[in-house]
Design a protein around this ligand. Structure first.
Ligand SMILES: Nc1nc2c(ncn2[C@@H]2O[C@H](COP(=O)(O)OP(=O)(O)O)[C@@H](O)[C@H]2O)c(=O)[nH]1
Ligand SMILES: [Mg+2]
Ligand SMILES: [Zn+2]
Length: 367
């Protein structure tokens, strides 16, 4: 028992009404309830949090969490704190790689965790050929993303990936079935995460109750512990944000062209004279298609949220005057939204596919 000592530790996961906390200097794990005060103040504690522990009993492996240090960053789903790196895992085949999903994950995590580094991990390379891999490199390496080509099955690329994780906390994310859990099982022998479980198409189901947990990998160099966490696949709606104006900044190639765009709030979709549209030939068509889709989805989400917040959107409207106090005003019932004509302004803002030939762009991208 070391009653007066206060040490810091890393929360691994919640456990039996408390938390499992790893203390580096003692190299021990402690089961720690949180002090009553923390519970009363409803301080949330996530896996990855750095906490102060006291009443340390090394024999019983028990202690008490007395405080939670401020987080550098955090993710709400799954709840994780102090992330250094996001590894976006994708399969090249099985499931078939799709640029939109790759870009969805990139955009989502760049928004959620703007201060972390990113790795694109293309797994199942045992099922891919050189051309597949080269074409991925051509697009994403050119944009400055770090690529790792791996096979959890054959071990290809695993030493390089292991090296990249050293001394940091990395989360593994990406669509279901791409091999995240299998990769982690290879990185940490004995981990035995369940593999081959497909979540249903909409991402709801068993994973929603899965508690988050971080795992320590054996250090091969350096002093800092190496942490990793698995995450479930996300549904489209979980990856959709209501801020279309942010999206151009999350596509490096569009961001670059946008600096010379003469419009300040341009979404680079339809505007005559937009510098991005004038230079579409210089960027990947798949990437631009992803960009358009994500902006459109984001605008839709924004509209939904705005319409929810203005539900008071009155049932009547005034014609010929401002309001009830205005004599000229005539009160008429408001038409249900879908019977209303789109206002001229809204019409202009809405995406007009006429400007860019979407079908041919998509067809070319498919080839
Ligand atoms: N061929 C091949 N199959 C793999 C590889 N990695 C994982 N798998 C298989 O892909 C399936 C899904 O893997 P899993 O780790 O559960 O994917 P997760 O949903 O991303 O966690 C399992 O059947 C794995 O055995 C790989 O590198 N090559
Ligand atoms: Mg998994
Ligand atoms: Zn523009």
């Amino acid at each position: 028992m070391v009653p007066n000592r206060v040490l810091t530790g890393t929360v691994l996961r919640s456990h039996a009404g408390g938390y499992l906390v790893y203390q580096k200097d003692l190299n021990l794990e402690f089961l720690c309830p949180a002090r009553g005060r923390l519970k009363k103040e409803r301080v949330s504690i996530f896996a990855g949090d750095i906490v102060e522990i006291s009443d340390i009993d090394t024999e019983l492996s028990q202690a008490v969490i007395s405080a939670c240090q401020p987080r550098r960053n955090s993710l709400s789903r799954p709840p994780l704190a102090n992330v250094d790196q996001v590894v976006i895992v994708q399969a090249i085949h099985q499931p078939e790689w799709h640029p939109l999903w790759c870009d969805r994950y990139l955009v989502h995590f760049q928004l959620e965790l703007p201060d972390v580094s990113f790795i694109l991990c293309f797994n199942k390379c045992d099922l891919a050929n050189e051309d597949d891999i080269q074409s991925l490199r051509n697009v994403y390496e050119r944009l400055g993303y770090k690529l790792h080509i791996t096979s959890a099955r054959t071990g290809f690329g695993m030493p390089e990936l292991t090296d990249e994780l050293q001394g940091r906390f990395s989360i593994f994310t990406g669509p279901s079935g791409v091999g995240k859990s299998t990769l982690l099982n290879v990185l940490k022998p004995g981990l035995n995460l369940k593999t081959g479980i497909m979540e249903n198409e909409f991402g709801v189901g068993k994973h929603t109750t899965t508690a988050s947990e971080i795992y320590r990998l054996e250090e091969i160099r350096g002093e800092n512990p190496t942490w990793v966490a698995d995450t479930p696949g996300f549904s489209v709606s979980e990856l959709t944000h209501s801020d279309p104006q942010n999206i151009p900044f999350l596509f490096p190639e569009i961001k670059e062209l946008a600096t010379n765009c003469k419009y300040s709030n341009c979404l680079h979709l339809v505007e005559e004279g937009c510098n991005v549209l004038a230079n579409l030939h210089s960027i990947s068509k798949d990437r631009y298609l992803s960009y358009m889709t994500l902006v459109e989805e984001s605008k839709e989400r924004q509209r939904e949220e705005q319409s929810q917040s203005t539900k008071i959107d009155s049932k009547v409207k005034y014609v010929g005057g401002k309001d009830d106090n205005d004599e000229r005003a005539k009160k008429i019932p408001r038409l249900n939204k879908r019977y209303r004509a789109t206002s001229r302004r809204l019409e202009k803002q809405q995406f007009s596919p006429g400007k860019i030939d979407l079908d041919s762009l998509a067809a070319e991208a498919e080839e």
